[in-house]
Each structure stands twice: as structure tokens, then as C-alpha cells.
Design a protein around this ligand. Structure first.
Ligand code: HEC
Length: 292
């Protein structure tokens, strides 16, 4: 028996030691130097931070909580609050890398979020840090193109037409990706390069339900080198749809007129019957009291 207890103690000590070694090994999250030094070529602005906030609320808040409220999930290692020093003292590149690559319970987002979306999240994180100064990219001969983007829908061929100008002239070989905003996120129409006249086409399924006039919120991103632009516009590309409440016609209490007659009848008859039964019982009880 004594031996058994001794074995148990030794076993427990070994277990505790290995757990703490594992925990210690996890505390430091090494970020390769190249990634640590990476910076955004776009200066963070309110628009980016706002987009980052929406993405954060959708994909991150369940574990990281509401920034500044330290109400993140209890996990080991801790996810942490984006507004805390631990995150704010890291470089933009380090945050980008950790979001993109993930580790253990921290999911890997590089296959889910586009590069600009991850930067938008970093911009959102930085909006909680008044002393943050964004590093300015050393452009040394690199020219960042300024884009002009025009969207149109050609209903004869069901195509979204994106016309791109870079620095005032035809935008050749510009990477264009297009999306349609849906209730739960966005639906990708595809990614392509502009042709020799600076135009990119995307097939659109005109059966996609739009608003009551068939408008769809269309998001187009153009990218070349370090140049980037995002345009959001409503285009009449979908099928006009009137939204009907999900419970319309199914909810006995709010829309009585949709209930069949027999259901209405049974419902009211039951109420009258129950009240009647209670009334009779109370009446009889009173009689009983008089007798006693
Ligand atoms: C399922 C829970 C979960 C979700 C969802 C999640 N995270 Fe995390 N996150 C974690 C955990 C746990 C850690 C700590 C991981 C570690 O240190 O190994 C972490 C770590 C991080 C870190 C590094 C923190 C540090 O101290 O260095 C960043 C940055 C981060 N998450 C950002 C995000 C962003 C942005 C999203 C959404 C796009 C997100 N996380 C979604 C759980 C999550």
C-alpha cells in the first residue's frame, strides 16, 4: 500500500512537470524575422479598421472577446485581448503572421481571409492603441499605382464588367477579384486579370436573389504590385426579391388569419373548457365551505 502511494506521488510529480514544460514551450511564439518585419503598404484608415471590425466580430470575437473588455475565452494558452499590451507591443507583421498561420487552438486564417482583410483586422487592433505609429514603407523607387475603377453590368451576357485605369491610363494585367455581399458574408464571383483594354469580366448568375429591385451589393478589389483599391457598389444584377418574414404564415399567435379554422376552433374551445372547469371547481369548493 505504501509503495502504491509513493508511486502515485512520483507519477503526479512527473505529470505536473511535463505539463508545465509543455505550457512553457507554448508561451513563446516565434515569428520568422522576414514575417515580423512585414508591413502594410496601405496606410491604415477608418474604412479599413471598420472592415476589420466586421471580420473580427464574425471570426474572432468568440474566442478573443470584445477588445478592451478582457472577456476572452478561458483557454491555454490564452487568446488574449487585442487591445492589451501583449498584442500591441508586437509588430504589425507579427500580428499578421499569427493570424495567417495560427497555432493549435488559434485557427489558421490564410485560406479564409484575403491578405487585405488580415491587414484590415490589424488596422482594427491598432485603433485601440492611441500611441501606435504606423511604419511608413521604404518605397525606394517603387511606385504605388492609383486606380480608377468603374463597374457596370451587361445584362445581355450576364456579365459584371470592371474597367480599370492605373494612374490615368489603361490598367493592364491588374488582378481583379469580385464578390457579392450575402447575408452571411460574401460570395466570390472569381479572380482574373484585366485584358489589353483594361477590362475584366465576371459571369453573374442572374438568378441570385437581390433586393426588391434586383440590386446586389458588389465588392471589387483591384491589385497590382503594392497598389490596391476596393470598390463597393450596388448593381442591378440579380432577381428582384421581396423578403418575407421567416415565420410568416406559420405562427399561430401572431397571424391568426393564417391558421386553419379547425385549429382556431379547437384552440378557443380548449381555453373556454379549461376556464369553465376551473370555475366549476371553485364554485364547488365554495359550496363545500358552506356545508362545513
Ligand atoms: C477558437 C478560438 C479562436 C479564434 C476563433 C481566434 N483565435 Fe486568435 N488565438 C486563440 C488562442 C487560443 C490563441 C493563443 C495561441 C497560442 O499562443 O498558441 C490565439 C492567439 C492569437 C494571436 C496572437 C496573440 C499573442 O499574444 O501573440 C492573435 C494576433 C490572434 N489570435 C488573432 C486572432 C484573429 C484576428 C482572429 C479572427 C480572424 C482569431 N484570433 C480567432 C484562439 C482563437
Amino acid at each position: 500500500m505504501k509503495n502504491f502511494i509513493k508511486n502515485k506521488i512520483v507519477f503526479t510529480i512527473i505529470l505536473l512537470l511535463s505539463i508545465s514544460v509543455a505550457a512553457l514551450a507554448q508561451i513563446k511564439w516565434e515569428v520568422p524575422k522576414k514575417d515580423n518585419d512585414k508591413i502594410s503598404f496601405q496606410m491604415f484608415n477608418e474604412d479599413m479598421a471598420n472592415d476589420g471590425r466586421l471580420l473580427y466580430e464574425l471570426s474572432c470575437a468568440s474566442c478573443h472577446g470584445v477588445p478592451t473588455e478582457t472577456n476572452y475565452a478561458l483557454m491555454v494558452p490564452s487568446p488574449g485581448d487585442p487591445a492589451d499590451e501583449v498584442m500591441q507591443n508586437q509588430t504589425d507583421g507579427s500580428l499578421f503572421y499569427k493570424i495567417a498561420v495560427g497555432r493549435d487552438q488559434m485557427p489558421k486564417f490564410e485560406d479564409v481571409l484575403a491578405e487585405d482583410e488580415i491587414w484590415n483586422i490589424v488596422a482594427y487592433f491598432r485603433s485601440f492603441n492611441p500611441s501606435y505609429i504606423q511604419p511608413i514603407p521604404d518605397l525606394d523607387g517603387i511606385v504605388i499605382p492609383e486606380f480608377d475603377v468603374e463597374l457596370a453590368y451587361d445584362e445581355n451576357v450576364d456579365k459584371l464588367v470592371v474597367k480599370v485605369k492605373a494612374d490615368g491610363s489603361t490598367g493592364l494585367d491588374v488582378e481583379v477579384s469580385a464578390f457579392i455581399k450575402t447575408m452571411f458574408g460574401k460570395y466570390a464571383l472569381g479572380k482574373t486579370l484585366t485584358n489589353s483594354v483594361g477590362i475584366a469580366y465576371f459571369d453573374v448568375d442572374s438568378k441570385i436573389p437581390g433586393d426588391s429591385l434586383g440590386y446586389l451589393t458588389t465588392i471589387v478589389k483591384v491589385k497590382k504590385g503594392y497598389g490596391f483599391k476596393k470598390v463597393t457598389e450596388k448593381l442591378q444584377m440579380g432577381t428582384p426579391t421581396t423578403k418575407i418574414s421567416a415565420i410568416a404564415g406559420r405562427h399561430l399567435w401572431s397571424t391568426d388569419d393564417n391558421a386553419p379554422f379547425w385549429l382556431d376552433f379547437i384552440f378557443h374551445a380548449t381555453i373556454i373548457f379549461i376556464w369553465g372547469a376551473m370555475f366549476i371547481v371553485i364554485y364547488q369548493l365554495r359550496k363545500l365551505k358552506k356545508v362545513v
